[in-house]
Design a protein around this ligand. Structure first.
Ligand code: PLP
Length: 422
């Protein structure tokens, strides 16, 4: 993966692919330019061994193309398209594969930005949407689709698993079967999976029957909180359609972003494994702490948990580095915890080398209605943590002392209330 797609001889022997900071590329002849455009615009089929030549950095650029080649190896996908953000990747996918009148079935909860796009943008274009919670079996899901009254227009099942921020797990193979059951002639519904929470390392949705896998590359793939990007992977045909739309939306990545992400990919596995080990240590510590009500982390699942445990063992190769937990109390206690962290940064985003903590109900998922939030467990007491690569002792010490502060604040509040009542 580290050297795939690039030869030093192409760039004066440079061992690393340079940043091709250029907007346009010179054609050797007008005929060559014409041939490149014919392929880029899909005006004719590719001849044997013919490659799309470099044209213009909105269409293609070596830093974007070599990155796409490397990223697709992780998921063993035929093709990959990079986008300027995870949301750009998600939005392009939904716009390209859904038409007015179609039905989109989506797992709930989802990242707040995705929910906003699905619930506020898609209906403007006549796309019907239906959410569903974790734990539904094949029959229940099929019945839900039938109940919408437009089962014959099911065009996509969109999943985020594990779900942000609760780590709810959805069975990808089950959704594939449901999609196939509702296939209209010549147009089987697509199954698309936002795999951001597992990165390209710990879950491979294409192997479980998904057609498309999406990433916010801002997260583990970038991994250093210094770049915003997104990716979609799948068959050459589907990704070809997305690249075509990307050309006209102008939502590609810059050469510099491509270079940064190639650099990040070289340490992806090392970073992610260390982050997961830290997350397991944090989750175990929190689960035993008296000021913690619940911890959501796949690594704490046991056989007696039933379906979630079964999905975890079947679909994931690691419990990951994302966890959420509820403090005893509500928003006040959750905020006291966040405000008293010293090492862990109070910031949204995830999957980076430094540990981050945030409050989903008022931050990443602030736009979701109170009813939906309470339905999907995004409570006022919920805190989300993204484990970084720091020393685990430092992380546990920081979390422990911040929880002590919560306890002190809670005792003071109870004392005040008791005095007022007296
Ligand atoms: N998907 C998930 C699961 C996310 O957590 C996020 C962002 O937090 C996104 C998509 C959107 O990615 P981006 O911020 O790169 O647009």
């Amino acid at each position: 993966m580290m050297s795939f797609g690039y030869k030093p001889a192409w760039s004066e022997g440079a061992i690393k692919c340079p940043v091709f900071q250029t907007s346009t590329f010179v054609f050797q002849s007008a005929e060559e330019g014409k041939a490149f455009f014919e392929l880029a615009y899909g005006l004719r089929e590719k001849q044997k061994n013919e490659k799309t030549g470099l044209i213009y950095s909105r269409i293609n650029n070596p830093d974007m193309e070599i990155l796409e080649e490397r990223l697709r190896l992780w998921d063993e996908a035929e093709a990959c398209a990079m986008f300027g953000s995870g949301m750009a990747a998600i939005a392009a996918t939904l716009m390209e594969f859904l038409q007015p009148g179609d039905l989109l079935l989506y797992s709930n909860p989802l990242y707040g930005g995705t929910v906003h796009f699905i619930e506020h943008f898609l209906p403007k274009y006549g796309i019907r949407t239906q959410g569903f919670p974790a734990g539904m079996n094949e029959e229940e899901l099929s019945n839900l689709i039938e109940k919408t009254g437009c089962a014959d227009r099911l065009a996509m099942i969109y999943l985020e698993t594990p779900a942000n921020p609760t780590n709810d797990l959805f069975d990808i193979a089950l959704c594939r079967r449901v999609a196939d059951r509702h296939a209209a002639p010549g147009r089987p519904p697509l199954v698309a999976v936002d795999n951001t929470y597992m990165g390209p390392l710990w879950q491979h949705p294409l192997q479980h029957g998904a057609d498309l896998v999406l990433y916010s590359a801002t997260k583990y793939i970038g991994g250093h909180s210094d770049v915003i990007a997104g990716a979609v992977l799948g068959s050459e045909t589907l990704i070809g359609r997305l690249k075509n739309l990307r050309t006209f939306l102008g939502s590609m990545i810059s050469p510099w972003t491509g270079w940064l992400l190639m650099r990040s990919l070289e340490t992806l596995k090392l970073r992610m494994e260390k982050q997961a080990a830290n997350a397991q240590a944090i989750a175990t510590f929190l689960a035993a702490h008296p000021k913690v009500k619940t911890v959501h982390y796949p690594g704490l699942l046991r056989p007696e948990d039933g379906e979630p445990y079964r999905i975890y063992r079947k679909q994931l190769t690691s419990p990951g580095a994302m966890l959420s937990f509820e403090t005893v109390g509500g928003e006040q206690e959750a905020f006291a915890f966040l405000n008293n962290l010293h090492l862990i940064k109070l910031a949204v985003s995830l999957g980076s080398t430094e540990s981050l903590a945030q409050h989903p109900a008022t931050m990443t998922h602030a736009g979701i209605s109170p009813e939906e939030k309470s339905k999907y467990g995004i409570t006022d007491a919920l805190v989300r943590i993204s484990a970084g690569v720091e020393h685990p002792d430092d992380l546990l010490r920081d979390i422990g002392q911040a929880l002590d502060q919560v306890a002190a604040k809670r005792i003071a509040a109870i004392g005040k209330a008791a005095k007022q009542a007296a």
